[in-house]
Write a protein that binds this ligand. Sequence first.
Ligand code: ATP
Ligand code: MG
Length: 395
Amino acid sequence: MEEIILIKIGEIVLKGLNKRAFEDVLLKNLKNRLHKAGSFDIKIAQSTISVSPKDENADIELAAEIVGKTFGIATFSRACTAKKNIEDIQQKAVEYLEETLEDAKTFKVEARRSDKKFPMTSPQISAQVGGYILEHFPHLKVDVRNPEVTVTVEIRDFSAYIRGGVIKGAGGIPVGTGGKAAILISGGIDSPVAAYMMAKRGVELTAVHFASPPYTSQRAEEKVCKLLEIVSAYAGRMTMYTVPFTEIQKQIKDKCPEELFTIIMRRFMMEISQRIAEDKDCTALITGESLGQVASQTIHAIACTDIVCSMPVFRPLIGMDKDEIVSISRKIGTFETSIEPYEDCCTVFTPKHPRTRPILKYVQQAQDKLNCSELIENALADLKVTRIGYGDNKF
Ligand code: ATP
Ligand code: MG
């Protein structure tokens, strides 16, 4: 029995003239991603994408998992194909949905016919297939209002399809339709969620991570790679640039007032990230900041860091509570890794009493004591490049 996946596209159907371009990106993303699950034929017709295995090696389970993490998809379902005659359709319906129908008490059949040449009307198909199911599963009752299982039969141009339940897709819009941005990624809970949220709005990601060896370990950096690998199942492949940050942090510690340490460090992070972003054709930065969560995330502190950037900085978590962020983190599967106890450069040399209302003039004066441009150039000259989502990183 041939099983396929039928996909209903989401928000992109609303995009008027851009619809074609959005569909093309979604198809390209699906093609790239499904490669991992084997060889599939991916076609679009009447706003439905069908994914059909080309041979026996194609892994439909894995394909369904990949489809479930691809943005731009509202719902999808697994379906089996049948010949376009009623005998084959009813027989396949009983075989394909056997387990589901065994366990259910009520059901209904919904038929749709986009091929109007098919010799039966939709109500006739529903009645016929419904009757056949009742013969084989006499414990079932038909309930047209609130059935436990809806068996959908679709008669399309080349084939008939039978499906059981509909699965909710990842929503959003296809990655690659919303431009490119650089995510400042730490090993914490927040930034992987921020990355996921912007990818959901179609943004292609490049990642920037700051590491301060020997204060931060190789394991801490691996943890960040691992988080990005999980995010890349949604966001697609990306490159991570690791910035050596030790010297900058040491200089700040030696030459700047302790209470301004974090804010100055964050200004460096933003400036360096912007330089990398510009170089990699990104037009925005993304952070996992949430208003008031820590001293460097007050309105005053954010004002002092934001000002070093000329490109937009997206902070998709800005209005969210920690428990809301945690629940997304659990949903996308990053939480368990985020809570592994490795140090981050932000936790190296943390001041006891950071300023929650830093004044820009004093922050600038303090930072002027450092040779900022040289520090930044040196850091940029020594970036480490890691590919994410290509299967090269083993943990
Ligand atoms: P997270 O859970 O994302 O680490 P946080 O609540 O710990 O966030 P901070 O440590 O103040 O908050 O970091 C705020 C944001 O700054 C992070 O969400 C991330 O975007 C960025 N950031 C923090 N540390 C790093 C780092 N080592 N490399 C790159 N970006 C970082
Ligand atoms: Mg952090």
